[in-house]
Design a protein. Structure first.
Length: 335
């Protein structure tokens, strides 16, 4: 059994790791690359180990959606060694790091506290067991496939296990072994298999047709949000697309795949108008709700995997991570 339960054992990965001992950040980055090979990330993204010393040992790991001042204080208070954040931090290049800005202050606190940061972001969105796949399965979709398949170079990187710069050899991700039963190689058949299983967004069909309102209710229940917004209408929705986060950009792909509705976190006003014009329903559950559940699930997945591998690591999801948006009821007005 692989460390993450995807395929055959990889003895090379565990070489030199004694049961009950912590592992270095570098090795943990490689293991995280099994879940979401960084070769799947969008070209504009900033993924991998973003803060930290690869040689430092890891004993405590925290998952979160977004690094905020509250999350930073929580991580330092719990003596966290590594934060696995979905949203990259930092995301954009910085010309200076000072306490004059919120980003600079958080970076200085994390570095001073010895807290490393890793992010897979769009690689985790698109992975074979990533956020969008979880969405599609959670909604009960059948015949699941990507809205936008990966290109050949990304598929080859995924098969090759490219997990970003590392001091040791990269680990071939066993996540892809289970797709063919005997493992994949970087040949045309292997590339085709990976391209059919990973990529941007997901689409599939429901077993029974539902209304857009019923689909929105199902999405709200799955993501745990108390409120979602919809664009359009429809009573015979069968083909559904999903794209976590700011997924309005997947509207054209959803239409091309024959989707009657697209579930995402958020979309611009003009995207909503476009969806209404082309007759594709939109279900907006909120950016936070569309992705946060996956980081809680990731904490449990990692904890189980480390326990089975007899690695002395504590894993927990942040409780300080929260949605900055709140919904207020209308105020009472005197007439």
């Amino acid at each position: 059994m692989s460390l993450f339960g995807y395929g055959p054992a990889d003895e090379e990965r565990r070489e030199g790791v004694e049961p009950g001992t912590p592992i270095e950040i570098d090795r943990l980055c490689q293991l995280l690359g099994e879940l979401a090979p960084l070769g799947l990330a969008e070209s504009w993204d900033n993924v991998g180990l973003l803060i930290g010393d690869r040689r430092r040992p890891v004993r405590r790991v925290m998952t979160c959606l977004t690094i905020t001042p509250q999350v930073v204080r929580e991580a330092i208070g719990l003596r966290t060694d590594l934060i696995v954040a979905h949203h990259p931090f930092p995301f954009k290049p910085l010309s200076r790091i000072t306490a004059d800005t919120p980003v600079g202050s958080m970076l200085l606190e994390l570095i001073a506290g010895g807290v490393a940061v890793y992010s897979a972001h769009t690689a985790f969105d698109s992975a074979v067991a990533g956020i969008n796949q979880c969405w599609a399965e959670g909604l009960g979709l059948k015949d699941i496939r990507p809205l936008i398949p990966v290109n050949a170079s990304a598929a080859a990187a995924a098969i090759g296990g490219r997990t970003g710069p590392a001091s040791g050899a990269s680990v071939k991700p066993p996540a892809f072994h289970s797709l063919s039963g005997s493992g994949l190689s970087a040949d045309s058949a292997g590339l085709a298999t990976v391209q059919a299983a990973v990529g941007g967004g997901r689409c599939g069909r429901l077993v029974e047709a539902v209304s857009l309102e019923a689909l929105a209710d199902r999405a709200a229940r799955f993501s745990g949000t108390g409120l979602c917004r919809i664009v359009g209408s429809g009573d015979d929705i069968v083909n559904v697309g999903v794209a976590c986060g700011s997924g309005g950009g997947f509207l054209s792909a959803a239409e091309a795949c024959g989707c009657q509705a697209l579930i995402t976190g958020e979309a611009t006003f003009h995207t909503c108008l476009e969806a209404e014009a082309i007759g594709v329903g939109l279900v907006l559950v909120g950016h936070y709700a569309s992705e946060r559940f996956a980081m809680e699930h990731l904490a449990g997945t990692l904890a189980t995997a480390f326990r089975q591998a007899e690695l002395d690591l504590q894993v927990y999801a942040s409780v300080a991570d929260s949605d900055p948006l709140r919904t207020m009821p209308p105020a009472d007005r005197e007439h």
